[in-house]
Design a protein around this ligand. Structure first.
Ligand code: TXA
Ligand code: MG
Length: 341
């Protein structure tokens, strides 16, 4: 299969391009598209065979549920029950936006393989003009995981999708670089209080500002709420082993020299202002503790590591303010929990 990449800029009239995508989706095909977080790989969520194509193209374990993307807040009630007043408040505050809400599902509407093994459904309204226009033109729900091969970092640009899924999918809508760079926050509204299953673009503080205390899961891989099936898989793993390291210049330089004495070549993912001349590769992710910039650049940097000949990757940790919690959650996963001091 040939994979076509088409540019959907925000100025030109793109009707014809969306029609191409909608035709594919209505005929049981899958299409990659940008959201404000990462690129998604979409299928019509009511079409079980099309959804099956997503699992096949990604090599995704079939027991990991997909998020349903909608174009209007009101559509939630077509697919979910138990939409509480608190949920309504969150939707008013943060939709469209990077917040997935998990509700009890209405049986028999969304295809069974979108929500394998669970009685719930995760729903979000993405905040990206291309995603919203696609949903409007389709006039239906899109089941969409991140558009990467399973186990690779999520794609933050169309080229990443192409790299992973070339030959497996017919169409990628190229809307440029995504803004946020890490995936949406997944909040389970079926527990009391609601619980954060995955930290993301909407922080715990932002949620608590609207509805009061919520439960936050642990950041340690293997220790998360088992209710989010996706959390049990190792994710976002680059080829070389990755270790998280604290942002101390002397420690990092010492570690790099030690590793090099063992014959290893070292790539570092870190802030602009660290001076580590010994590093074989230095991939900058913005000023120190500027977590929004780091979130936007992190997955690209992990992918760049795969293009180096590094034997080991050291990723400099950031603080936990704002989206920093999500950034550190993804880094600890990529590291499979490993860290130097
Ligand atoms: O930002 C995002 O959320 C991106 C864009 C494309 O929207 N999507 C995304 O999807 O990250 P995916 O499939 O890569 O991650 C979805 C996560 C998984 O950890 C999955 O287990 C969890 O959400 N999830 C989905 N539905 C769920 C449900 N009903 N109950 C618990 N967890 C659920
Ligand atoms: Mg994913």
């Amino acid at each position: 299969m040939e994979t076509v990449l088409i540019l959907v800029d925000k100025i030109l009239d793109n009707k014809e391009k969306y029609k191409q995508a909608v035709d594919i989706l209505k005929n049981g095909g899958i299409v990659a598209f940008p959201t404000e977080t990462v690129y998604g790989l979409g299928a019509l969520a009511t079409d079980e065979r099309a959804v099956q194509e997503i699992f096949k193209a990604k090599g995704r374990p079939s027991d990991n549920p997909l998020i349903v993307h909608i174009g209007n807040k009101e559509d939630v009630s077509k697919y979910a029950t138990g939409v509480t007043e608190d949920a309504e408040k969150l939707m008013t505050a943060y939709w469209p936006g990077p917040l997935t809400l998990v509700f009890d599902k209405i049986p028999g509407v969304i295809a069974a393989n979108v929500t394998p093994g669970v009685e719930t459904v995760g729903i979000r309204m993405p905040d990206h003009p291309v995603a919203l226009e696609l949903l409007r033109a389709l006039d239906g729900p899109l089941a969409a995981p991140s558009a990467n091969r399973s186990g690779k970092p999520s794609p933050t640009e169309a080229a990443h999708v192409y790299e992973d899924l070339k030959g497996q999918i017919p169409l990628i809508l190229d809307g440029g670089q995504t803004g946020i760079g890490v995936e949406s926050t997944v909040l389970d509204m079926t527990t009391n209080p609601p619980s954060i299953l995955r930290p993301g673009g909407i922080t715990q503080e932002m949620i608590e500002e609207i509805i009061g205390t919520v439960q936050a899961g642990s950041q340690v891989p293997g220790d998360e709420a088992p209710r989010s099936p996706g959390m049990k898989y190792m994710h976002y793993a680059p080829k070389a082993p990755l270790f998280v390291i604290s942002p101390d210049e002397t420690t990092i330089r010492g570690t790099v020299k030690m590793l090099q004495m063992e014959g290893k070549r070292v790539a570092i993912i870190g802030p602009d202002d660290l001076n580590i001349p010994e590093a074989d590769w230095y991939l900058s992710v913005g000023p120190r503790n500027h977590n929004e910039v780091m979130a936007a650049r992190l997955y690209g940097a992990l992918r760049q590591c795969d293009m180096t000949e590094a034997d080991i990757i050291l990723a400099v940790e950031t603080d936990l303010t704002g989206v920093g919690t999500a950034v550190m959650n993804r880094l600890m996963k990529a590291a499979d929990g490993k860290r130097f001091i």
